[in-house]
Write a protein that binds this ligand. Structure first.
Ligand code: UDX
Ligand code: ADP
Length: 480
């Protein structure tokens, strides 16, 4: 029986391994992690991540051929294929700070593999890592090998949160990079055989190691660039009276452009986009490609600009001060159908408003109060470390309250901000919300999910990203 072990039971490792176990009943899959609480949650009734369809997959295979464990060394020693899916934060200190990936956790995983292995292994990169990480890992393994042979593969994950299970069941492609030697090709084939249990052959692409590593960064950079492009357009639309949703629709009809990833928003978030672009920028700079680095940097700059613009719009429309004013924040996750808050634009928007002394009342259907308070007090890249190394729970900020209902959040508020596109926000009783708010009552829709005209009829002053401004906002133009 083939044995797989995955180091790192996070958003990538957990769902990916669960689907491999489901689709390959003859393969034994162990998912291991240093976090005792995370493994306990994977083994319990309340899984550590919220992902539609995941629970069903896990309950079908857990205890059969899917195991979650903290006994890392045992499972790594027994495995034929070891996936590594550990944290790869952005460095906060030293060479490449603010850009380069911190490979501390990857390196320690690699050294541990070298220490405990007593049979040949295929080691698969699953975390997003900079180009040529595989080469570095290969060096660590071979220099500590004790006669054992390792083949390193890069098998980047393209799943998106909220649709992870569907993406894994039916991927656009599976990408496997490996060495162009006979041993490398054999390892590629072994991993291909795993995916071939359910993925059609023509969707499994094989490349050399570096192409696979770079493709992951490139795919995320291209996707993020589309969002920054449409967000840049949204600013122009507001300035000129065009409607960004109409522009997106019109350009998306061009089959060469396509309709997806053209929704203007308060900014993109998530654990990958910013980190991967920063990595890309760093790699370009290290290779002397300043122009290329600057090109990709601009995608992040526009994203930051979009978040700032949103905050400025709120403050300027409320007579240039939100000091002491209650503002309701609806949605904190970085997108709907996930409880994940990593790099969510809500953090920067909330921090911006708090900086102007607003009082925030935050509601998100999937994010806990502890998480929100942590996010608002953590330093920029702290979130991307194993949980036990993150700062302890902070004392709750007096300016922030977290509530479990949108109506309560909006009660007596001056303004309501939509920061995540949760479906339930589309069908709230906005008349009731309006009646219980201070006047003038403002709505700032950072996701373009609300019916602007209806809200204006109720009496709200409405701002919706990239839509024609109402006269109130025209008179209070925000300077970013
Ligand atoms: C992304 C990639 O899609 C996935 O392939 C990769 O493996 C990991 O990174 P994810 O971070 O889960 O996945 O979310 P995604 O759906 O790509 O959204 C990222 C951010 O962009 C979210 O904040 C989302 O709200 C925002 N977004 C997306 C927009 O603002 N507009 C859009 O049109 C699409
Ligand atoms: P991703 O979104 O890439 O899956 P996560 O942060 O959700 O990232 O998951 C990474 C997981 O890796 C965390 O649960 C963390 O505890 C785990 N981890 C980090 N370093 C190690 C290690 N050396 N051995 C085992 N698990 C590790």
């Amino acid at each position: 029986m083939v044995k797989i072990c995955c180091i790192g039971a996070g958003y990538v490792g957990g769902p990916t391994m669960a689907v491999i176990a489901l689709k390959c009943p003859k393969i034994e899959v162990a998912v291991v992690d240093i976090s005792v609480s995370r493994i306990a949650a994977w083994n319990g009734d309340q899984l550590p991540i919220y992902e539609p369809g995941l629970e069903d997959v896990v309950t079908q295979c857990r205890g059969r051929n899917l195991f979650f464990s903290t006994d890392i060394e045992k499972h790594v020693a027994e495995a034929d294929i070891v996936f590594v899916s550990v944290n790869t934060p952005t460095k906060t200190q030293g060479l490449g700070a603010g850009k380069a990936a911190d490979l501390t956790y990857w390196e320690s995983a690699a050294r541990m593999i070298a220490n405990v292995s007593n049979s040949n292994k295929i080691v698969v990169e699953k975390s997003t890592v900079p180009v040529k990480t595989a080469e570095a890992i290969e060096k660590i393994l071979t220099h500590n090998s004790r006669e054992i042979k390792y083949q390193i593969l890069s098998n980047p994950e393209f799943l998106a949160e909220g649709t992870a299970i569907q993406d894994l069941f039916n991927p656009d492609r599976v990408l496997i990079g490996g060495r162009e030697t006979p041993e490398g090709q054999k390892a590629i084939q072994a991993l291909k055989d795993v995916y071939a249990h359910w993925v059609p052959e023509d969707r499994i692409i094989t490349t050399n190691l570096w192409s696979a590593e770079l493709s992951k960064l490139a795919a995320n950079a291209f996707l993020a660039q589309r969002i920054s492009s449409v967000n840049a357009m949204s600013a122009l639309c507001e300035a000129t009276g065009a409607d960004v949703t109409q522009v997106s629709h019109a350009i998306g009809k061009d089959t060469r452009i396509g309709p997806r990833f053209l929704n203007s928003s308060v900014g993109f978030g998530g654990s990958c986009f910013q980190k991967d672009i920063l990595n890309l920028v760093y790699i370009c700079e290290c290779n002397g490609l300043t122009e290329v680095a600057n090109y990709w940097k601009q995608v992040i700059k526009v994203n930051d600009y979009q978040k700032n613009r949103f905050v400025n719009r709120i403050v300027s429309s409320m007579f240039n001060t939100v000091s002491g004013k209650k503002i309701a924040i609806l949605g904190f996750a970085f997108k709907k159908d996930t409880g994940d808050t990593r790099e969510t634009p809500a953090i920067d928007v909330c921090k911006g408003l708090l900086g102007d002394k607003a009082k925030l009342s935050i509601y998100d259907p999937q994010v806990t109060e502890d998480q929100i308070q942590r996010d608002l007090s953590m330093k920029k890249f702290d979130w991307d470390h194993p949980i036990h190394l993150q700062p302890m729970s902070p004392p709750a900020s007096k300016q922030v309250s977290v509530v479990w209902d949108a109506y309560q959040a909006a009660k007596d508020a001056h303004g309501v901000c939509i920061l995540t596109e949760w479906d339930e926000f589309k069908t709230l009783d906005y008349q009731k919300i309006f009646d219980n708010m201070r006047k003038p009552a403002y709505i700032f829709d950072g996701r373009n999910i609300l019916d602007v005209e209806k809200l204006r009829e109720i009496g709200f002053i409405v701002y919706s990203i990239g839509k024609p401004l109402d006269p109130w906002h025209k008179d209070t133009l925000a300077v970013a």
